[in-house]
Write a protein that binds this ligand. Structure first.
Ligand SMILES: C[S@@+](CC[C@H](N)C(=O)[O-])C[C@H]1O[C@@H](n2cnc3c(N)ncnc32)[C@H](O)[C@@H]1O
Length: 325
């Protein structure tokens, strides 16, 4: 059997390996297995790797790695928010998360992630739950506008929501291109600017996959399972995600007051020591892989201070709740 074809080029790979070092003999959880690019490189450096992904279509890449590294690679299907349960009982020295969509997901029109190709408006990484079409055709105009604004940072969110609601009165919107064209017609297209549907598609994808909740849960799960000296490396692709990761690492410098009724209890010891400053892709990588343009790597080393209870307050998680005014 030939190697499965991957259109996905791993982003910030050598920087991620550095952030997780030393690797020889270390046990690393790759929470976003994808095409297995990070996992393969980690295995080649002598690490033992547990890969996690919630997308069943990664199976051919899992099979190849399992055949090449039968002693040191295992894979568990599931959401990375449950990574501590998925790797229960094992010692873990490092966790890596490469958040976002893979090129395979984007390239397959039938997955519905791309506004460049006609396909069903799906966007589910795990193939479960509501699709993007369900949201687009059932949310109220206000909820749609709020969602597109909060998760897509789209300033024309209200106009887009209005146009969607107008259009779906006649026919449900079920096709990616139909939605992309509607948005283009509504807000226009500036030469040289990103496609006007970019932000709306981002917002829908985040909502469909619960991406912020997944990220927050995974960060705290990593904090719980990593022992002192354990490393966490997170690659994000837009400012909303990066803000969450930044604040997660920073937050441990000072404690929030536990209660309004108690005096502020002063700084606490940090749960994380930074490995290094946030890292962006260099010119070489950008020349090879334009997808790396928006990537940021943040990493930390776990201290001996006990893990916090999980809470998203203070992390800057964008707020969208259905039915909120
Ligand atoms: C950017 S790709 C990872 C690419 C990988 N680092 C490589 O080098 O091949 C992101 C992967 O994470 C998966 N993913 C995203 N969110 C997830 C979640 N909450 N739980 C599990 N997997 C997730 C996606 O299905 C996708 O396969």
């Amino acid at each position: 059997m030939g190697e499965p074809q991957s259109s996905h080029e791993s982003v910030l790979l050598s920087e991620v390996l550095d952030a997780l070092a030393p690797l020889d003999g270390a046990r690393i959880v790759d929470g976003t297995f994808g095409a297995g690019g990070y996992s393969r490189a980690l295995l080649e450096e002598g690490a033992q790797v547990t890969g996690i992904d919630r997308d069943p279509t990664v199976a051919p890449f899992v099979e190849t790695l399992a055949a090449d590294f039968p002693e040191t690679f295992v894979f568990v299907a599931g959401p990375f928010s449950e990574l501590d349960a998925l790797v229960a009982e094992q010692r873990v020295d490092g966790v890596v998360l490469d958040i976002g969509v893979s090129s395979m997901q984007l390239d397959q029109a039938e997955r519905g992630f791309s506004f460049m190709r006609s396909g069903p408006l799906d966007m589910r990484m795990g193939r479960e739950g509501e699709t993007a079409a369900d949201l687009v055709n059932t949310l109220s105009e206000t909820d749609l506008g709020n969602l597109i604004f909060a998760f897509g940072e789209e300033r024309a969110s209200r106009r887009i929501a209005k146009a969607i609601v107008e259009m779906r009165k006649d026919t449900p919107i079920t096709d990616t291109l139909a939605l992309a064209q509607l948005i283009e017609k509504t807000v226009g297209r500036k030469p040289g600017a990103p496609h006007p549907a970019t932000r709306t598609f981002q917002g829908l994808r985040i909502a469909v996959n619960g991406e912020f909740d997944q990220l927050v849960a995974a960060l705290f799960a990593a904090e719980r399972i990593l022992p002192e000296g354990g490393r966490l490396a997170v690659v994000t692709f837009h400012s909303l995600e990066d803000r969450i990761v930044k604040r997660f690492f920073d937050q441990t410098k000072t404690a929030a007051p536990q209660s309004r009724h108690l005096p502020y209890s002063g700084p606490v010891e940090a749960r994380w020591a930074p490995v290094r400053k946030p890292v962006k892709a260099g010119a070489d990588e950008l020349g090879r892989n334009p997808r790396a343009r928006s990537a940021t790597l943040r990493s930390g080393v776990r201290t001996a201070v006990a893990a916090r209870p999980q809470q998203s307050a203070g992390l800057g998680v964008p707020g969208f709740r259905r039915g909120a005014a």
